[in-house]
Design a protein around this ligand. Sequence first.
Ligand code: AGP
Length: 610
Amino acid sequence: MCGIVGYVGREEAAPILLDGLSRLEYRGYDSAGVAVYGKEAGMQVAKAKGRLQVLCDQIQGGNILHGAIGVGHTRWATHGAPSDVNSHPQVSENGRFAVVHNGIIENYAELREFLQSEGVQFVSDTDTEVAAQLLEYYYQGNLLEAVERTLHTIRGAYALGILCADCPDRLIAARKDSPLILGFGAGAHYLASDVTALIKYTREVCWLDDGEIAELTADHLWVYDAYLRPVEKEHRHVDWEISAAEKGGYEHFMIKEIMEQPEAIRKTVSPRIRDGRVVLDDWQLTVRELEEMDRLYIIACGSSYHVGVAAKYILEKLLRKPVEVTLASEFRYCDPIVSERTLALVISQSGETIDTLAAMREARRLGAKVVSIVNVVGSTIARESDSVLYTWAGPEIAVATTKAYSTQLAVIYLIGLYCADLLGTLDRTEYDAILSELQRVPDKLEEILKDREDIQYFASLYFNRPSMFFIGRNLDYAVGLEGSLKLKEISYIHSEAYAAGELKHGTISLIEPGTLVVALAGCGPLFEKTVSNAVEVKSRGADVLGLTTRDRAADLSRTADDVISIPETHPMLLPSLAVVPMQLFAYYTALQRGCDIDKPRNLAKSVTVE
Ligand code: AGP
């Protein structure tokens, strides 16, 4: 959730730390802080509640802090309300240690009690302060030893950046269950939660693994295991462009990323089609393993889970195998039925979502093979899967996902076609029809995006409704789930998504004059059924905003007050088109309401706490 950065080199550290934090602000943005050590000024710590800009203004863009080594943090509060004192870096009582942390120290209460009984005074409510005070407690002149003892004492998840006034030429980094990346520059080394904070400075990186500790100076970098035995790390080259992590003239990252979807899908799909066939080089499962597969679990959270809901319909139809889609946070604790013939398909943009990671580890422990769909190269989920299929969406910065969703869905079609081909469950004509429509999705999305002002107009009609419902059947229902989540995330309007046929079993009692119902009626054979459900809500006073394909728009407008029409396609591909007007509707609604679109309240992009 929180973002951490660290720098050691020959330049002034503070501006570099602030720049890195500005690229990580989507991980948390309720407060921020930096600690810099300088020969003359010693340890300087600045922290401020609020957005990063408050801190920047307070320290004049970093210009009033001097020193070539430091750590920084942008916070998503877990322990203790957002405040100056609870912001990181947390500092040990005598100021020797400054610590930035992402994660949760689970035994912090007992450790805090113990340290207090030893006379240590605490100033914040954070779990992180325990780490800073413990370092001081164990420190007897050897920094690495104090770090080792501290890490063996704390339980929970952490990515840590540690600065020690006694060793002002080196930073310490450590990780367990929270992401941490090290960057190699010219006469400098970096640490960060996410590669986006580093790409302006270096493309050469390595990922710390669980239990590892790194020691960084300007010229050297050493990595150790949890017992301080040296570990060799492989360097990786990151080829994301810096421009991909900037707004490029758009008002928000979200609209920029919505507009990038055609290209992101092209990049994800095209290289995997050869001679009219889907070829998945990264797919490690044999035909035999596929044939013997007893069930397929799709495991994910949030929007990635919504891709999973669509995937269940798609993959069951194409593969004729049982598919269960499950929320990662539930899977872990539900005693799932997993055997060596089970396949777990894990979906995650960040590749770091802790619930998804833990569920994936549980599936593996129980014997399942794991295939993941991930956007961030080298992320933990990607590294721990048996096979990984990357979505080539580039960095996604807006908290509300758009292009990651679309590319994940594109990969689902690729998997469906590829496996159906191996299993022989799909006839050639249907295979060709789906594949050729998949390749046309980017062009059709460009048509939808060209007409985005129509959606903006609908948002201007309905933005002040207190409550909205999204109904649809089958794949339309899956799209409704995502449309509703987008709206909730960024516009704060109460909203629910319902399978259209289920509404009358209870929830229809909430429909009253003025309620907006978005009726998704794209899915070929179920069109009439959804229209009937739209008629039911209309009779109870709701306004209906319908969505369907162009050829059916006139039909739908007999019931709906307004209709969004999308190009025709194969019914199985409709979600790829229908989701984009939903994203635009949420975006323009939030814009009308003056919401902070890229940084919605209470949310963070990468959810690395349970
Ligand atoms: C989507 O708009 C959300 N930000 C959220 O639901 C997200 O999809 C979820 O937290 C899962 O993240 P992941 O794909 O990185 O695992």
